[in-house]
Design a protein around this ligand. Structure first.
Ligand code: EPZ
Length: 422
C-alpha cells in the first residue's frame, strides 16, 4: 500500500488541468451496454473506479480499447449479466449497470452494493422505479436477480432526487416501450451529461437539468461518440487548495457554471476569483473568513466538497457551521482533522468548526474518497516536519494523479510505500 507525504507551507502557484469527471465516466461507460458496435468515449480519467467498472463489464463479454484518454467500448457480444460481489463491494456505482443490462439483455444479476463509509447508500428508489417499468426482481444471497421482457414507460416520482437513480432510469427508459416521465429528478451536471450522450445515440430525452425529465423510448440506439465533462469536484478541490494555501492558480479545462455555489462560498471566504470561458483564476486571501455551508442537491453546495471545505474552515478567522444534509455519516474526516489540531464539534448532521491559527503535521488515515482530499488540503498548510496520509487507495478511486498535479503547483508532496501497512 502507498501513503502520501506532505511538507506543508507552500502557496500553490501555476496552472492545473482538470480531468474528466469520475461521476460522468461511470454512467457513460455503463450506457455503452445499450448499443452494439464500437462506442467512443473521450476524456475518460485514469481512476480506480473506472478500472473496476471495466473489469466487471469485461466479465460480461464487453471489449475495451484504450487510446490515452479515449476509451473504445464494444458490447456486441455480451455473454453474461452478472456483476459479482467481489467487485461490486469496492464500488457502489456498479448499480449503474442494472438499468442498461435490463434494457439490453432483459435480465441482470447484480450484487447488492451495500453501504460505504459515508452512509447506508440504499437503492430502494432505483428498484422501485425500475419495477414500475416492468422489471421483476427478487433478492437472494445478497444479489438482485432481475428480469423484464421489455421495459415499458412509466411516470416515476423520486422521493429524493437521487443522482444514480435518475441515471439508471434515463438508461432504462431510452429503449423502453412508451414514454417515461421522471419527477423530482436529480439535476447534477453528470446527469445532464449522460442525457446528452444518450441523445447522441438516438435517444429522445428532454428536460434534463430540471425537476422533470421526459424520455420517449426508441427501438434501438446507435453507438456513442461522446466527450464527458470535466470533474467539477476536482475543480472545487483545487479552488480550495489555492484558497487555503494563499496561492494563485489558474484551473484549466473546467466548466465554471458547474461551480456557482462553490464560487459564491469561496468569494465570501475572501478568495479573489476570476472566470474565463473554461478557466478559473483563484487567488487565496491573507485572512480566511469563516463561512457556513449546507450541502444540497445541485445546484446547491455539493456534498462531495464538504470535507474539503471543512479543512479550509479549520484555519478561518472565526466559527463556521457545516451542515451535511445528503449523507448520514459524512464527518469521518473530523477525527483525523482533530489529530492535526482542528477544533471541531459535531451535533447530528451539523459540525461546528472553530478556526485556529494553524494545523499541525501528523500521521493521519484516509477513510473515504473525499476525506482523503480533505487531508491532503490540510497537509498543504500544516506546520511541522511532515503529514503522512495512509490508505490513499481511497484517493486513487476518484482523483487522477492528484499528488503530481499538486507537485506541479509547487507543493512538497510525494507518494511513498507504506511499510507499516499489513
Ligand atoms: C452520487 O451518488 C455520486 N456518485 C456521489 O459521489 C455523490 O455524493 C451523490 O451522488 C450526491 O451528489 C456517483 O455519481 C457515482 P444519491 P448516489 O442517490 O447516486 C438517498 C463521490 O465522492 N437514496 O444522489 O449514490 C441516499 O442515501 C460520490 O464521487 C435513497 O435513500 O447518491 C442519499 O441520502 C460519493 N435511496 C441521497 O438519496 C436510493 O435508492 C442522495 O443519494 C438512492 C438514494
Amino acid at each position: 500500500m502507498d501513503k502520501i507525504v506532505i511538507q506543508g507551507g507552500i502557496p500553490l502557484k501555476g496552472q492545473v488541468d482538470i480531468s474528466g469527471a469520475k461521476n460522468s465516466a461511470l454512467p457513460a461507460i455503463s450506457a455503452c451496454l445499450l448499443s452494439k458496435g464500437w462506442n467512443r468515449l473521450q476524456g475518460i480519467p485514469e481512476l480506480k473506479d473506472v478500472h473496476t467498472i471495466k473489469k466487471i463489464m469485461e466479465e460480461m463479454g464487453v471489449v475495451f480499447k484504450e487510446q490515452g484518454e479515449t476509451l473504445l467500448v464494444n458490447t456486441e457480444n455480451l455473454t453474461s449479466c452478472h456483476a459479482p460481489y467481489e467487485l461490486v463491494k469496492t464500488m457502489r456505482a456498479s448499480i449503474l449497470l442494472l438499468g442498461p443490462l435490463i434494457a439490453r439483455m432483459g435480465r441482470a444479476k447484480i450484487s447488492m452494493p451495500g453501504g460505504c463509509a459515508i452512509g447506508a447508500r440504499p437503492i430502494n428508489l432505483h428498484l422501485k422505479a425500475l419495477s414500475s417499468m416492468g422489471m421483476d426482481m427478487y433478492l437472494e444471497h445478497g444479489y438482485i436477480n432481475a428480469s423484464a421482457k421489455r421495459l415499458k414507460g412509466a411516470r416515476i416520482f423520486f422521493d429524493i432526487p437521487t443522482v444514480t437513480g435518475t441515471e439508471n432510469i434515463l438508461m432504462a427508459a431510452a429503449t423502453a416501450k412508451g414514454v417515461t416521465v421522471i419527477e423530482n429528478a436529480a439535476k447534477e451536471p453528470e446527469v445532464q451529461d449522460l442525457a446528452c450522450m444518450l441523445r447522441s445515440m438516438g435517444a429522445r430525452i428532454e428536460g434534463e437539468g430540471t425537476d422533470t425529465i421526459l424520455i420517449e423510448g426508441v427501438d434501438e440506439l446507435r453507438p456513442a461518440d461522446h466527450r464527458i465533462i470535466p470533474d467539477r469536484i476536482e475543480t472545487g478541490t483545487f479552488m480550495i487548495g489555492a484558497t487555503i494555501t494563499k496561492g494563485d492558480i489558474w484551473i484549466n479545462n473546467c466548466i465554471p457554471e458547474h461551480l456557482t455555489a462553490v464560487i459564491e462560498k469561496l468569494t465570501a471566504v475572501g478568495a479573489d476569483i476570476h472566470i474565463e470561458d473554461k478557466r478559473i483564476h483563484v487567488i487565496g486571501p491573507d485572512i480566511i473568513r469563516s463561512v457556513d455551508i449546507k450541502t444540497m442537491p445541485y445546484p446547491g453546495f455539493p456534498t462531495d466538497l464538504q470535507a474539503q471545505f471543512m479543512a479550509l474552515m479549520c484555519i478561518s478567522d472565526g466559527s463556521s457551521i457545516i451542515h451535511e444534509t445528503i449523507f448520514e455519516n459524512r464527518f469521518i474526516h473530523v477525527s483525523e482533522l482533530r489529530r492535526m489540531g482542528a477544533d471541531i464539534s459535531i451535533d447530528g448532521s451539523q459540525a461546528l468548526v472553530r478556526g485556529k491559527d494553524r494545523l499541525l503535521a501528523a500521521p493521519v488515515m484516509a477513510t473515504d474518497l473525499r476525506a482523503s482530499a480533505c487531508l491532503v488540503l490540510a497537509g498543504l498548510i500544516a506546520e511541522g516536519e511532515r503529514t503522512e496520509i495512509r490508505r490513499i487507495y481511497h484517493l486513487d478511486r476518484g482523483y487522477e494523479r492528484l499528488e503530481e498535479k499538486f507537485q506541479k503547483l509547487g507543493a512538497r508532496i510525494w507518494r511513498e510505500k507504506d511499510l507499516s501497512a499489513p
